[in-house]
Ligand binder design. Structure first.
Ligand code: JCF
Length: 692
């Protein structure tokens, strides 16, 4: 055996092996070799073909990678026109469709082949003697574009038919689509590319755009797939007598046919299928926009024929569209229970995803900027399943003159407090906290919680009732509640919920609850400054910080008078937290709420400030960065604080020195930039040993 002969044999063997693997993966959905092995076989075949170019065949899997770009697409005249389907948007329209068929085929039992309507691009694939020779888009139905080179790059499309018995000429029609996972993955990469790669708008546009690339190497990089759903021209062999059997045959010849393809008896079977697929729609790995019913018997199809350009024997039953265009009347912000400010587009009412929508979320200010949505714009709104409606994109061609870029309002629409957004944060927040009606329930819940004011018996449900029924508007109102108020509130809440008959026992339980709560509220008045500070719910101020603030300032008035610079002197308080504290106390509503709480009798023992830092590092601010080996960061921090240092999280001009462990990053850079002393871990260890 010559080596040339064995190369040819090996190349054939590899092609068969790779085509099998492809078939198992794309058609049977049951891969049998790992990706790495597939890649290794592919490289082996490439090597043989490079060494012996005459062994390269047009149906070789190496030919999928993408040919050189062309200047324009050639035209392909479809031997049999590629038609379109009539649409049905309701059960009634499906009933009408079936009735028209029954009138033409009286007494015939109707079986339908049913399938999802894939949301991609319709194409036609031509095979001669079992080899893929030409692929075209639908175009105007008569003539399409020759996208053969692009279609070759799609691994789900067989380059050579499997099995036997195929006609000499076989034209298969179907849909090229982009699976959702591939779409998401592509867009994640695009968003990370810093503008170099443009994100795809939706999987359908993505499929269409990818196939219309003049450079097949670009198409090759797009995650496209294919489902066959019908046949066109056939020459030289008979196909089965039903559509469903034809689909099974196509599958055997190597074409992906969706698992969801099925048959159904009569209209009832069709409508049942519609609902079953509809329920699964959002969980499918690809987009669909409805289902298609086709009379299964091909002889019956021929009898029924066409009206104009649509077959009488098939119809597309559409789901309610998940995307619609409408106009933005205004962009407001919605304040959530935690104070998060979410921009919301107020829309001209539009029917989308099965409901009328007047609001769509814009998520956050960055998203508004990315989309560049403005009041007055025409936009595409999407509502998929139970997901809240969102604005997908702006139709810039329709933008009226005189629009203005949107900016996050400076003040909360609910309470008037300042809206703040921290550096590096996506979400902007209302700083109203205690006083903001939108945050009232959350603020009260936190205020009453065990580690804050510790008001036993005031659960979230009662807080909601107290707020909803207007008994409490701010935390200070809690201290005005009387036993009668609570009992009346409970009675009204029960009435509203239509619950609890007025039994003696229920009345006793309610009275006990109210008495206990009044007592717990009264008890909570006697507290500590640190609990009180924690209870205020200042952004980022947890128990530890509340304690540090209480010790450092000793009293509330001194704290409220502190500047951000004063605040950063406190152990553990960095510039961001200092800004939060400052904003909180600067807010008139918050100062009023505090005054009311004090007037209601909330009190604590004030103490002398404890800030007399002693020890060798008194007055020094140290920053720890990078990984320490001999001791943990917390240990190092405790040791340094024990020597009187303030350990801070960020480097500034005030930093005395930086301790940089392994792989120190931006903080070390900043220290060097500012000319601040840097210690490595061994120097720290030596210093600590000397102090011991
Ligand atoms: O998406 C489909 N399942 C589908 C779409 C199936 C068909 O037989 C179609 C189609 C769109 C047009 N037939 C036509 C003529």
């Amino acid at each position: 055996m010559t080596s040339k002969h064995s190369d040819a044999e090996r190349a054939n063997e590899l092609r068969t092996r790779l085509a099998d693997a492809n078939y198992r993966y794309h058609v049977l959905d049951a891969p049998d070799i790992p990706d790495a092995e597939y890649d290794a076989l592919m490289r082996e075949l490439e090597a043989i073909e490079i060494a012996h170019p005459h062994l390269r065949t047009p149906d070789s899997p190496t030919q999928r990678v993408g040919a050189a770009p062309s200047r324009e697409f050639g035209e392909v005249r479809h031997a049999i026109p590629m038609l379109s389907l009539a649409n049905a948007f309701s059960d009634d329209e499906v009933q009408d469709f079936a009735r028209r068929i029954r009138e033409r085929l009286p007494g015939r039992e109707l079986r339908f082949s049913v399938e999802p309507k894939f949301d991609g691009l319709a194409i036609s694939l031509r095979y001669e003697d079992g080899v893929f020779v030409q692929g075209a888009t639908r175009g105007d139905g008569e003539t399409g574009e020759d996208v053969t080179a692009n279609l070759r790059t799609i691994k789900a499309i067989p380059l050579r038919l499997r099995g036997s018995g195929w006609p000499r000429v076989l034209e298969v029609r179907g849909e090229v689509y982009m699976p959702r996972a591939g779409f998401e993955k592509y867009n994640t990469a695009a968003r990370a590319s810093g503008g170099k790669i443009k994100p795809l708008v939706n999987p359908r546009n993505a499929a269409a755009g990818s196939l219309r690339q003049l450079d097949p190497r670009i198409t090759a990089k797009r995650p496209l797939a294919f489902f066959a759903y019908s046949v066109g021209e056939i020459e030289g062999a008979e196909l089965p007598a039903t559509h469903s059997a034809t689909m099974r045959q196509l599958r055997e010849w190597g074409f992906p046919v969706s698992d969801l393809v099925d048959t159904a008896a009569g209209v009832d079977g069709c409508l049942d299928y519609f609902r079953r697929i509809g329920a699964r729609r959002d969980a499918l790995p690809f987009d669909i926009d409805g289902v298609v019913y086709k009379v299964d018997d091909l002889a019956a199809q021929r009898e029924l024929g066409f009206v104009g350009r649509t077959p009488r024997w098939a119809i597309a039953h559409k789901f309610p569209a998940q995307e619609q265009t409408t106009t933005v009347e205004a962009i407001d912000i919605n304040i959530g229970r935690t104070g998060a400010a979410t921009p919301v587009a107020k829309l001209a009412p539009v029917f989308v995803g099965g409901v009328t929508v007047t609001n769509a979320t814009l998520h956050n200010a960055d998203q508004v900027a990315r989309l560049d949505v403005r009041a007055g714009d025409t936009v595409i709104v999407r509502r998929a399943g139970d997901v809240i409606p969102e604005v997908v994109s702006v139709v810039f061609d329709k933008r009226p003159a005189q629009t203005h870029a949107w900016k996050m309002p400076t003040h909360c629409p609910v309470c008037g407090s300042t809206i703040v957004r921290d550096e590096g944060e996506v979400v902007a927040r209302c700083s109203g906290g205690l006083s903001c009606a939108a945050q009232r329930v959350q603020a009260l819940f936190h205020f009453a919680s065990r580690r804050a004011m510790d008001i036993d018996g005031l659960g979230e449900r009662y807080i909601e009732d107290l707020c909803d029924l207007d008994y409490v508007h701010s935390v200070a109102d809690l201290y005005k509640l009387t036993l009668d108020d609570l009992l009346e509130m409970k009675r009204r809440a029960d009435e509203r919920d239509g619950s609890t008959p007025e039994t003696v026992k229920a009345g006793k339980i309610a009275t006990k609850w109210a008495e206990n709560l009044v007592e717990a509220i009264a008890q909570s008045k006697h507290t500590t400054l640190e609990r009180f500070l924690y209870a205020l719910g200042i952004s980022d101020v947890g128990e530890a910080t509340a304690k540090a603030l209480a010790r450092w300032f000793g009293g509330l008035d001194a704290l409220m008078a502190a500047t951000p610079d004063d605040l950063t002197q406190v152990p553990d308080v960095g510039p961001i937290m200092a800004a939060h504290i400052d904003t909180f106390f600067a807010e008139k509503h918050n100062r009023e709420a505090i005054a009311q709480l004090r007037a209601a009798g909330v009190e604590w023992k004030e103490s002398v400030p404890e800030r007399e830092a002693c020890g060798v590092l008194a007055g020094k601010t140290v920053v720890l960065t990078g990984t320490l080996v001999a001791l943990t960061r917390d240990e190092a921090k405790a040791r340094l604080e024990g020597l009187g240092a303030k350990v801070s999280g960020s480097v500034s001009k005030k930093t005395s020195f930086v301790v940089a462990g392994a792989e120190a990053g931006s903080k070390l850079d900043k220290a060097q930039e500012l000319g601040i002393e840097v210690w490595d871990e061994s120097r720290l260890a030596e210093f600590l040993r000397a102090q011991a």
